[in-house]
Design a protein around this ligand. Sequence first.
Ligand SMILES: *Cc1c(COP(=O)(O)O)cnc(C)c1O
Length: 372
Amino acid sequence: MIPVNEPLLDGNERKYLLECIDTGWISSEGPFLKKFEEEFAKRVQRKYAIAVCNGSVALDAAVVALGIGAGDEVILPSFTIISCAAAIVRAGAIPVVVDSDAQTWNMDLSKLEAAITRKTRAIMIVHIYGLPVDMGPLLEIAKKHNLKIIEDAAEMHGQTWMDRPCGSFGDISTFSFYPNKHITTGEGGMILTDDPSLADKLRSLRNLCFAPPRRFVHEELGWNFRMTNLQAALGVAQLERLELFVERKRRMGGLYQSLLKDTPGIQLPVAETAYAKNIYWVFGVVLDDTVPFDAEEAMKRLAAKGIGTRPFFWPMHEQPVFHKMGLFKESSMPVSERIARRGFYLPSGLALTEEQIVESATALKQILKDHN
Ligand SMILES: *Cc1c(COP(=O)(O)O)cnc(C)c1O
């Protein structure tokens, strides 16, 4: 079976991990943590970086740090991971979803302003699958309506919008270091901001809101979202090779593109726009309506040929958990509904070989030919 994801850990990961063990710095303080935060902040041109235990809780902390709560609305794309909407709902605020663009699979910015009301406090923007949101128009709309931006850049390590790093746009921006991201710490996340008071707030929220003058006396509730020095050791080693990883992913994506470009029945990822070149966090495909089966069936047929795949995100407005809460009852979002049913991604991990890419693309072409 060709795995859908396998990370590359053949740099300094082992050496730095052994350093943690030899020095005893294995918990949430230590030299690698400090270094990882500093170097990551530099990398995305931000003043402050706060390392946390995953990319989902990074969003929880971001929403709360901005003071968003009961009665506030936050706009986000329907086509994203549950973490985004969950962070808004758990803070007591109301998620308002916008449909996707059929080509880029990012939020359709032409539908954004219609979703803004007097209660809207923030836009949670999510860059999807390796191609960033077009930040020019987004920033303009946010400024015009005086809205905060939470930027979920979990899939965008090393990506830029017009030469400006993704992760540099939000009042608060977040990353994930799950093993399928461009760099990994096993589990891990990062929160970035340029605002010193937000940075203080985020550090406090990460660490149970411990505060002077008396430890164990709390004015506010936080979480234990701390990252360990062990995770940060992996992070430092991975960050050393980010350029290489991005280049490798682009090459992998380019190979898939050239192998699949004339294949009838599928839509491929947008390779390039005026503002960015795809870094292919994953290589997604969407089946045309002429194909008589859906993504689920395609994934089954590919599995039978030894090819590991994953389905696309399932839209937030179609989540049973939110319907039970009375949310999104009447929403209809044709693009995200369609790509959720017709879209899936091929093996995309950094350890993938050219032969495996050729084998995966060949298998996909085969199952598309078989139905004709
Ligand atoms: C992976 C991902 C997350 C969640 O990160 P975890 O570290 O797995 O919690 C959040 N948002 C997006 C867009 C992601 O791709």
